[in-house]
Design a binder for this molecule. Sequence first.
Ligand SMILES: Cc1cc2nc3c(=O)[nH]c(=O)nc-3n(C[C@H](O)[C@H](O)[C@H](O)COP(=O)(O)OP(=O)(O)OC[C@H]3O[C@@H](n4cnc5c(N)ncnc54)[C@H](O)[C@@H]3O)c2cc1C
Length: 416
Amino acid sequence: MPNLWHLDRAPASRSTREIAILGAGIAGCTAAAALAQRGFNVSVIDRHQTAGSEASGNNQGIVYPKLSPRDDFLPRINLAAIKIASTYYSPFWQQGIGRQCGIIVLPENNKVRNDFNLIGEQFSQQSDLVQLCNNQQLCQLSGIELQAEAGLYFPALGWLPPAQICQQLLAQHQIPLIQADIDRIVHSDDRWHLLAPDGQCSFSSESLVIANAYGCQQLEQTQFLPVTQLRGQISDLQANSATAALKTVICGAGYITPQHNDQHSFGATYNKGVFTTQVRREDHQVNLDHMSATDIGLAETIGPQDLDNMTGRANYRCTTKDYLPIVGAVPDVPQLMEDYAILRSDARATVSALGSYLPNLYINCGMGSRGLSYAPLTAEVLACEIAGEISDIEQDLRLAMHPARFIIRDLKKKRI
Ligand SMILES: Cc1cc2nc3c(=O)[nH]c(=O)nc-3n(C[C@H](O)[C@H](O)[C@H](O)COP(=O)(O)OP(=O)(O)OC[C@H]3O[C@@H](n4cnc5c(N)ncnc54)[C@H](O)[C@@H]3O)c2cc1C
């Protein structure tokens, strides 16, 4: 029998349906909406006055697809995520918020090209989801002269302005946004207290969802999570008659969106160990290089740019070691390690104890470069767990995203 570390041996009872969410990015706001829909009384707390002010603040974010012919967790979770996301964002697209313009993904090398052929075969009966296209079809769909011989086309995906989605989700469900910078959280009298740097309690609630991205590493209860604060920059491109012809998002080494208000967004950089949100000239060059690496025809359409006068936006992703998001109950790490210590000497040992979790404390983070794709899925997983509903998402996928997975994995590998 598999070990049941994901089940709480002493589930905390809940006397109210009040829940606080720390973080008003796409992870926090989708979770807030999913809980409000289930009748929870939700409040969102963020250090900014407006939702979507940090990573979820780009003008045009894309719902990025990442499939593979292999049966791994990453492509399976991505497949589940993009299916949910295309339905989830449909009402926004219908209102003219963002565009369901379709996304073309071009292969970065021959190995990926072979994978695309296999994906084309595997999904040949699901053309509403993905289609393998030749050069002529790609040029027709995108509206520009691409050089790529083949690529994948996802007709039901597109781009969105994430901050507007965040704000609309809160407004739709009348969820208040409370501005407070939270330094730590403490549990007393069956409530979670969110404390400001001066020790004052900014807010308290019976249940709490941590959705403050890489900020979870500053909280004692979640600092065990192996997340990284990874800077990225996108560049803006003033549309001209050649680029304005672009009808779809194009992805490859980088991505570019169709114009909106005469501007395209393209990028993005990955700057490990760089901690500034200042837009940097050298990163515009990296983004232009990404366009050339994506497709020479695309780079020629964009044409030369004056790096000194380019604008853009930089912020931080919250990435995980296994590139999967983190969603679920927050484990009581010392207790879980004690109960499952035998895994260090026998990774296959059966442990009779269930898992141990902190009372009514949850997390939803680690969205990496795919927050728009993952957030509707993880919000649903989280809301089902908190509301005690059965989720449609397969159990092995849920466990692959579970916060306690790192402890179990590290015990088995004798890393802790
Ligand atoms: C350059 C760039 C381009 C990207 N492009 C895409 C794209 O095209 N498509 C895509 O899907 N993803 C993209 N991403 C990734 C995407 O932006 C993230 O995955 C997503 O926004 C993460 O959402 P989040 O809610 O987890 O984090 P955030 O949006 O960062 O939200 C976290 C919130 O928590 C708040 N917070 C943190 N700590 C505290 C604290 N102590 N007290 C109070 N409040 C706190 C912050 O103010 C913030 O509002 C890109 C990222 C970058 C950097």
